[in-house]
Design a binder for this molecule. Structure first.
Ligand code: PEP
Ligand code: MG
Length: 591
């Protein structure tokens, strides 16, 4: 997770567009851009420089063919109707032969390295858009004539009447200005992974069709056809209404995981999905989901998560070029909360700093970023960022059971500092007449060893805890979680880690404070029995891991788990504990 977030910072910020979702779902694929002149659909392709000359030759033959067709039409109309009625085709033939038109199209082909069809569309659109603006109705009508000329040239290029099937590579994401039924009739919608259009409404024919076929679709994507090129890699998030153009690896990875979860669900891998998360001896173990974006709540919902145990808010910050406003944050979180309602969502405050940087939020250089400004420390130094986030959280709390989680807490001072800001924000909201839950639960991540040691003390001023083993392991063992050179020292099964987990679980239970484990080890079924034995009774894991973890929970008794944990706690080295778990695994697979 950490890796993802660090790298996300490198994402080009031009690459994310917010749009209107008309059909939900997630898809990634290669863009196939359709251009249109008056709704005659053509594909936009990139050219190699060496193909330019032959493309211009195609254009010249098309001009000759279009001119010939127009002159033949003029003769026909003159003969059948009258000479003056035929004049329009003379005028159109002149436009076809206009040197200015040819020169403009050739320039687009040469400079943009696109196919002639796309160049014709671009030039005609540019030209007619100018005409469309003029107040004189007669002149505006001339735009239609020019469009007609464009259509004729395109028809000549296609060597047919424009009804030929569009050859769209299977698995493409179709990008168009507007998809009318006449266009969608010309390709197999089932071969298309997603639709992206500049215009179109929720109830347009294509949107309805997309929903019925479960094809994600976004609309309102302004200038989609100039921002996107055929061949661009796209991610369509039809749940959040977000389009990524050529996203970087971390964003791709985030969505690949979500897509796999959603398709795994659809493929019927949801065996046992409705079974309760309960041990063989009847202990209910709430199974929650980790999420970093609104669309993750869809997977969480499908996998029957008992709630969101950890909503990492960093993702929404890292894909933008400036801090999201309070309203933007509120809208996103509200959607997530609505999806999960009435289940709870634990909203974690921004965990920036260390290696996780935002280009618009420069941090002082540090010799050792993991031990520098991070999480709640950084937020307390930037109260405006903290206040904006808290306002958004509190507004969601008016209608949904959300709680606030403080990241990277080291002691009570930070808890009190955060609570003081929370009280200030609550007072502001109350003065403004904005509703919120004045009893919103506040909890802390236990991920710094100091916080683990102080669990009982922190419990006096907090409502719940989340055990962040990803960081706890790195800080406890002085092994950077991102540094390959110390990967061997980053040992989640180190005896000191197990003792710390046991200590925290005992302290939280004694203080009557709920504790959920949300680090990566919670999602690995190989650890489930041991973690139950160490006293953990709630797990928050990636949605795609929920079924396996549930299966592991359903396969053990608390007594067996405690026996295993007691044996592990007796051991003084990681290798002995690894061997113990291995032995346990072989014994249970044999039985
Ligand atoms: C953790 O540290 O275990 C955790 C869940 O938080 P993150 O991975 O986001 O640092
Ligand atoms: Mg952490």
């Amino acid at each position: 997770m950490w890796v993802v977030e660090i790298e996300v910072m490198a994402v080009s910020h031009n690459s994310m567009l917010r749009c209107v979702s008309v059909s939900s779902g997630i898809a990634h694929g290669t863009a196939y851009v359709l251009s249109s002149v008056d709704r005659t659909m053509v594909a936009r392709r990139s050219l190699k420089a060496t193909d330019v000359a032959s493309e211009i030759a195609r254009f010249d033959s098309a001009l000759t063919a279009a001119e010939k067709g127009l002159l033949a039409l003029r003769e026909d109309v003159a003969r059948r109707i009258g000479a003056s009625e035929a004049d329009i085709f003379t005028a159109q033939a002149l436009v076809v032969r206009d040197n200015g038109l040819r020169a403009k199209v050739v320039t687009v082909i040469q400079q943009s390295l696109v196919n002639v069809e796309a160049a014709v569309v671009e030039v005609i659109e540019r030209f007619t858009r100018a005409f469309d603006q003029v107040p004189d109705a007669y002149l505006r009508e001339r735009a239609a004539d020019v469009r007609d000329v464009g259509r004729r040239i395109l028809a000549a290029l296609a060597a047919d009447d424009g009804t030929r099937a569009l050859e769209i590579p299977e698995g493409s994401i179709l990008v168009a200005d507007e998809l009318l039924p006449s266009a969608t009739a010309r390709f197999e919608l089932s071969q298309v992974k997603a639709l992206v259009t500049e215009r179109g409404g929720k109830f347009s024919h294509t949107s309805i069709l997309a929903r019925s076929m479960r094809i994600p679709a976004l609309t309102g994507v302004q200038e989609a056809r100039s921002k996107i090129q055929t061949g661009d890699k796209l991610i369509v998030d039809g749940m959040s209404g977000i389009l990524f153009i050529n996203p970087d690896k971390p964003v791709r990875r985030e969505y690949e995981r979500l897509e796999a979860e959603l398709s795994g669900y659809r493929a019927g891998l949801q065996k046992g999905i409705d079974l309760p998360s309960v041990t063989l001896d009847g202990t209910v173990v709430p199974l929650l989901a980790n999420a970093s974006k609104v669309s993750d709540t869809e997977a969480a919902y499908l996998y029957r998560a008992d709630g969101i145990g950890l909503y990492r808010t960093e993702f929404a910050f890292s894909i933008r070029s400036a801090f999201p406003t309070e309203e933007e944050q509120y809208q996103l979180l509200k959607r997530a909360a609505e999806r999960m309602h009435p289940r709870k969502i634990v909203l974690r405050l921004l965990d920036m700093g260390g290696d996780k940087q935002l280009p618009y939020f420069p941090l002082p250089a540090s010799r050792n970023p993991s031990l520098a400004q991070r999480g709640i420390r950084l937020l307390l130094k930037n109260p405006e960022v903290l206040k904006t986030q808290l306002r958004a959280f509190l507004r969601v709390s008016a209608d949904h059971p959300v709680s606030v989680l403080l990241p990277v807490v080291g002691g009570l001072d930070e808890v009190r500092g955060a609570r003081a800001v929370l009280a200030e924000v609550m007072a502001d909201l109350a003065a403004e007449g904005i509703a919120f839950n004045p009893k919103i639960p506040v909890g802390a991540m236990i991920e710094i060893p100091a916080a683990a040691t102080l669990t009982a003390v922190l419990a006096k001023e907090l409502d719940f805890f989340s055990l962040g083993t990803n960081d706890l392991v790195q800080y406890l063992l002085a092994a950077d979680r991102e540094d390959d050179s110390v990967a061997d020292y980053y040992q989640p099964l180190h005896p000191a880690v197990l003792r710390s987990i046991r200590f925290v679980a005992d302290a939280a239970r004694a203080a009557g404070r709920p504790l959920t484990i949300c680090g990566e080890i919670a999602g690995d079924p190989a650890y489930t029995e041991l973690l139950l034995g160490l006293g953990l009774r709630a797990f928050s894991v990636a949605p795609g891991e929920m079924l396996e973890v549930k299966d592991a929970i359903r396969s053990v008794t608390i007594k067996e788990a405690e026996t295993l944990a007691a044996a592990a706690l007796e051991m003084g080295s990681t290798s002995e504990i690894v061997a113990l778990l291995e032995q346990r695994r072989s014994a249970s697979s044999a039985s």
